[in-house]
Design a protein around this ligand. Structure first.
Ligand SMILES: NC(=O)c1ccc[n+]([C@@H]2O[C@H](COP(=O)([O-])OP(=O)(O)OC[C@H]3O[C@@H](n4cnc5c(N)ncnc54)[C@H](OP(=O)(O)O)[C@@H]3O)[C@@H](O)[C@H]2O)c1
Length: 283
């Protein structure tokens, strides 16, 4: 189910990268470090630093080398305000220039705006036809919106094989378990993976003493436990952001951790699963 993500459930987020000239060089170095250490999925967006994060990723990709491009999964996002047919195409072309690549593996609608889904889908389909994107998907879509999106695909004769929504990127972490109630089940029916953003609760979970107490006897850090928990089903990829090499290694190591039932029960006691529907949390 994670083949689009090169079968690795931990990637790298880039929000807040590229916001300052003073740090951009080091951030590009951190992205390159992640790639050299085996991270295969990079998540970015035209919105981040107004294109600055895509430029940081582009710098890292250039140093990584075009011959290894196909081993990666590069994900970027189009803003709802650009999500008309032509706006989507133009935004993607601009993203590709900043990233310095010929295609992105996945282009997401960042969140739902006022543009009809069909218009954005026309843009996505045209981009796919031209080979500028491999797949498309959505972000911040709750279950009803996702069902409506898939229905729009079906009406347009899309929605099968590679012409279908490939992923939904939402806030999912121990601090935001809402998607377990109905979104993850709705996605499971479609065999659609979930991209979990802010899986460390913006860093908060890494500092959580009660989580660290569960993690320590397992030889894990609190951050690693939070990430291993997030991706435990095999249908979720997590995209923690870090510009710190040691933390990038720490986070990537969580990809191979599996958690036993006793550990999962102790985590549930700290962060209970949802008992009723709640609106999708967004950051
Ligand atoms: N689709 C959307 O609407 C949406 C919304 C939000 C985020 N996202 C994506 O999801 C990515 C991740 O979310 P996020 O950046 O909001 O939050 P996050 O990944 O939960 O947390 C990032 C913060 O945690 C710190 N950190 C990372 N690894 C750590 C570790 N092992 N120990 C201690 N601290 C650690 C980072 O600091 P350092 O960098 O200093 O190491 C950073 O301050 C974003 O970067 C973005 O790509 C998407």
């Amino acid at each position: 189910m994670l083949s689009l993500f090169k079968d690795l459930p931990i990637g790298l987020g880039t929000w807040h990268m590229g916001e300052s000239h003073a740090t951009a060089q080091a951030e590009a170095g951190a992205v390159l470090y992640a790639l050299e250490r085996g991270v295969r999925l990079i998540d970015t967006a035209e919105m981040y630093a107004d294109g600055g994060a895509e430029r940081v990723v582009g710098q890292a990709l250039k140093a990584f080398g075009a011959q290894r491009r196909d081993s990666l999964c590069i994900v970027t996002k189009v803003l709802p305000m650009h999500a008309s047919r032509d706006g989507t195409i133009a935004a993607c072309e601009t993203s590709l220039r900043r990233l310095g690549v010929d295609y992105v593996d996945l282009l997401l609608l960042h969140w739902e705006g006022s543009e009809p889904y069909e218009h954005t889908l026309e843009g996505f389909a045209a981009l796919r036809e031209r080979g500028l994107i491999r797949r498309w998907g959505v972000s911040n879509f709750d279950a009803p919106e996702l069902v409506a999106w898939c229905a729009a695909e079906a009406r347009m004769g899309l929605g099968t094989a590679d012409d279908a929504c490939a992923a939904n990127q939402v806030y999912y972490s121990l601090l935001a378990r809402g998607p377990e109630f109905d979104l993850l089940p709705a996605m499971a029916v479609r065999r659609m993976p979930l991209m979990a953003y802010t899986p460390l609760g913006s860093g908060e979970l890494a500092q959580e003493a009660r989580l660290a107490a569960i993690a320590r006897p397992l030889g894990l850090s609190a951050a690693q436990l939070a990430l291993a928990w997030t991706v435990r089903s095999g249908a979720v990829v997590a995209i923690p952001k870090s510009a710190t090499p040691a933390r990038i290694d720490e986070n990537l190591a969580a990809a191979t951790v599996s958690l036993d039932d006793d550990t999962l029960a102790r985590i549930d006691a700290l962060y209970p699963p949802p008992q009723r529907k709640r609106p999708l949390a967004m950051i």
